[in-house]
Design a protein around this ligand. Sequence first.
Ligand SMILES: NC(=O)c1ccc[n+]([C@@H]2O[C@H](COP(=O)([O-])OP(=O)(O)OC[C@H]3O[C@@H](n4cnc5c(N)ncnc54)[C@H](O)[C@@H]3O)[C@@H](O)[C@H]2O)c1
Length: 261
Amino acid sequence: MARLDGKTAVITGAADGIGHAIAEAMAREGAHVFLGDIADSAGEDFAAVLRAAGHRADYVHCDVSREADIAGLIDSAVKKTGRLDILVNNAAIAIGGMPVHEMTDEQWHRLMSVNLTSVFRGCKYALPHMIAQKSGSIINMASAQGHIGLDGWTAYAGAKGAVMAMTRQMAVEFGPMNIRVNSISPGTINTPMNDRLIKEIGGNLAKAWVKMHPLGRIGEPSEVAEAAVYLASDAAGFTTGTDLRVDGGLTAAPRYVPELL
Ligand SMILES: NC(=O)c1ccc[n+]([C@@H]2O[C@H](COP(=O)([O-])OP(=O)(O)OC[C@H]3O[C@@H](n4cnc5c(N)ncnc54)[C@H](O)[C@@H]3O)[C@@H](O)[C@H]2O)c1
């Protein structure tokens, strides 16, 4: 028996990167996955590939900065399967690389809308179904940046820190209803988000990332997906309110790397 047999999972930002890997892993483990994203043709194609492999998958357009889209994504999953077991609030954007005093209000609000308000709304629309069902697992994507400092990323880190705080609060509030709420903090992962940052920032960024991780490499999306499958599964039945770091030791290490100076 697969680890998520019979479960319905909603994953945001599922057309690419970490969300894509989570959706693939959860589908492989038997879940009916509902993929939300703004990259419609990539999302539709991905759902079709999963179905062709014998999995259950649907793509639904969902811009997580729009409340109605999030409500619609969750509604589609519940209408089609009659349940909601797993919500992965994964979608986020990377606006940063500038000091606080050079960030515009517009950039701040955009980042908070996509990276933080989306988590509130995902939970807001998922919880009534999970409460009625008396079970559920919510997984919020945080980041190593919510644990340690990195020049230029105050707003992103602020949103991720808030995601972890909200995770703990909801774990306490909804634990009595058998709803588990956890977060994952990835270190640097090999995704399009980071490909874009390497192009934008250039220099020794890719090399520095490798050096910063005690395991001597960056991570793969499938390694974060394994953590998500675990947290979503009954094997994690007594795990709630935690943040699982999948970061190659990044947050256990000092940032001082002499050979890069
Ligand atoms: N890649 C890393 O190193 C890393 C490290 C720590 C945390 N994270 C977190 O992991 C999550 C996924 O990151 P990633 O690297 O896979 O990103 P990515 O940019 O590679 O992929 C993100 C996906 O989200 C989608 N998306 C973007 N804006 C959206 C919106 N408004 N609504 C819905 N979908 C939207 C994109 O189309 C894409 O499919 C994010 O929460 C990110 O903050 C990533």
